[in-house]
Write a protein that binds this ligand. Structure first.
Ligand code: NAI
Length: 467
């Protein structure tokens, strides 16, 4: 093997898990290679996931504010209009800026990037094929190949009417009627984007709640607020397929015994993602994915094969960019003998709707299921000065603490800027803080963050601004 194709570390996949692992490897003195099959670096998150969807959420939120909130703030915006083409161009610019940024980071850290698909060829060897054709060698290989969308067998993607999130962030015009399958993160975020631009959005969810991973009170409020924004929901409803009749398309479903037909120009299927390991050659090296298609790893992110590690969406756990990043760092630190660690009890989860929904730690429902005795505190944004001044009174903060020890176990927020507010709760959980610690921490006034302090105080009925 030529020295230029011999590395200490090879990372397959350049998403947030892979590229961060590569940077950390280089920082720790490992000669590192990164393999990516797509034209640009950054994986799903930067190219077709987190980043482009946030650009569209931002653009459409501004449009929505201009049409609905500006006037009462004394701003006259008559003759308001929007251009889908320009919004998409802004989104594409955001994506290319960030993907270019990752490329620059690789260069700055002297990570060698190979363009092509990586395939395991026995211990320590990876074949790159595609734009480049090379055989690489390394003592350590990290699989960071991410995930792909789940397709429902009775609702196959056709690239035109029945689509996944990649297509739904790139519609060239506003669909008159958009049906969304799944009221999780993608369904709610992209449903909101198109609803704000005038689509009649109908969301069908199998479980009986909107954002079903959150507590019932959060889900209920989300349902009420999104309905006010024009989204229609069929909850506890089973999708059965798609029907075409007289040039029209219908999503078919069943709620109990009742058949439902929803007319739609586009049907977005957002029912989750599955690990992506196609063509990786796992069988060649003796790695067998579990029933969910995930690669099982130990606490050091080691697979069953020495020298091969896996991180991010391909391994069990929440499919979140920041979880993958932390695993990338921890995995490489373990490789060099450091004590890298991921605290799975303190991984925030966010749905970037308006208002946003965010959570960290356990919910009250999970606590009950696990038999953990908890006490909870809640504070509504309607009683927060900054929220009133900023037209942000919808929502609340809910704090969940251990009944005996007061240890902070979880926080959920539905409200403006929940994605940023949750960071304080993450920090408190990370350091093993109590609800009282959070309640006694000084928060700037006036800020939305005071609602979190008050919710923590409310755990022991000490909230100041509650009636
Ligand atoms: P998800 O798991 O968040 O939501 C899927 C929803 O579809 C669930 O509520 C589920 O009950 C429902 N569902 C499943 N099968 C169904 C069926 N046959 N009919 C009706 N409903 C059905 O998955 P989503 O939204 O597709 O996102 C994929 C992944 O990407 C998730 O792991 C998510 O966490 C991640 N993601 C994270 C984002 C964020 O952090 N803001 C944004 C987008 C995605």
């Amino acid at each position: 093997m030529s020295p230029e194709n011999t590395f200490d570390l090879i990372v397959i996949g350049s998403g947030p898990g892979g590229y961060v692992a590569a940077i950390r490897g280089a920082q720790l003195g490992l000669k590192t290679a990164l393999i990516e099959k797509s034209k640009t670096l950054g994986g799903t998150c930067l190219n077709v996931g987190c980043i482009p969807s946030k650009a569209l959420l931002h653009s459409t939120e501004m449009y929505h504010f201009a049409g609905h909130g500006a006037a009462e703030n004394g701003i006259d915006l008559t003759n308001l209009s929007f251009s889908v083409e320009k919004m998409m161009a802004k989104k594409d610019k955001t994506v290319s800026q960030l993907c270019g940024g990752v490329q620059a980071l690789m260069k700055a850290n002297k990570v060698k990037v190979f363009a092509g698909s990586g395939q395991l060829e026995g211990e320590g060897k990876v074949r790159v094929s595609g734009e480049q054709d090379e055989l690489l060698e390394a003592k350590h290989i990290i699989i960071a190949t991410g995930s792909s969308v789940i397709e429902l067998p009775f609702l196959k993607f056709d690239g035109e009417t029945v689509v996944g999130s990649t297509e739904a962030i790139a519609f060239d015009k506003v669909p008159e009627k958009l049906a969304v399958v799944g009221a999780g993160a993608i369904g709610l975020e992209l449903g909101s984007v198109w609803a704000r631009l005038g689509s009649k959005v109908t969301v069908v969810e199998f479980l009986p709640a909107v954002a079903p991973n959150y507590d019932k009170d959060v889900s209920k409020m989300a349902e009420r607020l999104f309905k006010k924004q024009g989204l229609e929901f069929y909850l506890g409803t089973k999708v059965t397929g798609v029907k075409k009749e007289k040039g029209k398309t219908f999503l078919t479903a069943e709620k109990g015994e009742d058949p439902i037909e929803i007319e739609a120009d586009k049907i977005l299927v957002a029912v989750g993602r599955k690990p992506f390991t196609e063509g990786l050659g796992l069988d060649k090296v003796g790695i067998t994915p579990n029933q969910k298609g995930q690669i099982e790893v130990d606490a050091h992110f080691k697979t069953a094969v020495p020298g091969i590690y896996a991180i991010g969406d391909v391994i069990p756990g929440p499919m979140l960019a920041h979880k993958a990043e932390e695993e990338g760092v921890a995995c490489v630190e373990r490789i060099v003998g450091q004590a890298g660690h991921v605290n799975y009890d303190a991984i925030p989860n966010v749905i970037y709707t308006e208002p946003e929904i965010a959570g960290v730690g356990i919910t009250e429902t999970i606590a009950k299921d696990k038999g953990i005795a908890v006490k909870t505190g809640k504070f509504n944004f309607i009683a927060n000065g900054r929220a009133i001044a900023s037209d942000a009174t919808d929502g609340f903060v809910k704090v969940i603490a251990d009944k005996e020890t007061d240890k902070l176990l979880g926080v959920q927020i539905i409200g403006k800027n929940a994605s940023e507010l949750i960071a304080a709760a993450v920090t408190h959980i990370e350091y093993g803080g109590s609800a009282e610690d959070l309640g006694r921490t000084v928060h700037a006034h006036p800020t939305l963050s005071e609602a979190m302090k008050e919710a923590a105080l409310a755990v022991d009925k000490n909230a100041i601004h509650s009636v």
